[in-house]
Ligand binder design. Sequence first.
Ligand code: ARG
Length: 262
Amino acid sequence: MKKIVSFFFISILLMGLLAACGTSDEKSSNGSDAKDSDKKVLTMGTSADYSPFEFIDTAKGDDIIGIDIDIAKAVTEKLGYEFEIRDMDFGGLIQALQSGQADFVLSAMSATDERKKSVDFSEIYYTSKHMIVSKKDSGITKVEDLKGKNVGAQLGSIQEDKAKELAEEVDMKVENRNRIPELIQEIKAGRFDAAIIEDTVAKGYLDNNEDIEGFTIEDADGGYAIALPKDSELTEEFNKALKEMMDNGELDEIFKKWFEGE
Ligand code: ARG
């Protein structure tokens, strides 16, 4: 009898333990009340090297913050989801959507025709231009000056495509790196003569680094949009929420918040 009773108690104890494990397993999200509900948690893929869109302000902590994170917060909140961020190299984001590692991508990603073959996009929420960044007094002030130079771009970006396209007109060498800070480092170290970076992001570096300069060349190909897996049921919902934000000024507010105080 004693044995049976103690077995009974041990079972209860074990069950309690298991239940405790179950709840502590809850995923945390970037949304405000991470644990408050059984809301579905979506995974957002991003490459957090892109201030002011997605970056880590090391002076303030190690959270990923920026325009795209605020957009993700607003959109998912409207739709009743929570979300968590998965930081990865930009060149791996499309693949992450295709393999189900990410439910959506917000990463200043341009909605190009090429990418539309593999993923779906929301409405466009921002447009950008290409900028050629180089060391101060490099003498590089127009595309032709790239002749004979080593030019960097982020792997998998439309800036890399642009660099390759320019290399057909001007005899230059194209190299890639995974992250934007690496491009800047290579310029400073003299391994790259220049890099092609989007204007808004490049501007942040120019403002903070006196030894580099840059000029804008032209509009980039396709504005930024939220990317989702092909035929995802989320696309329509996301689009509705994003459009609502465009119409009611919420989106403008987010841009104002991040562009102000520069
Ligand atoms: N807009 C460019 C593209 O779509 C570059 C985006 C890079 N984004 C990033 N988070 N590093 O190719």
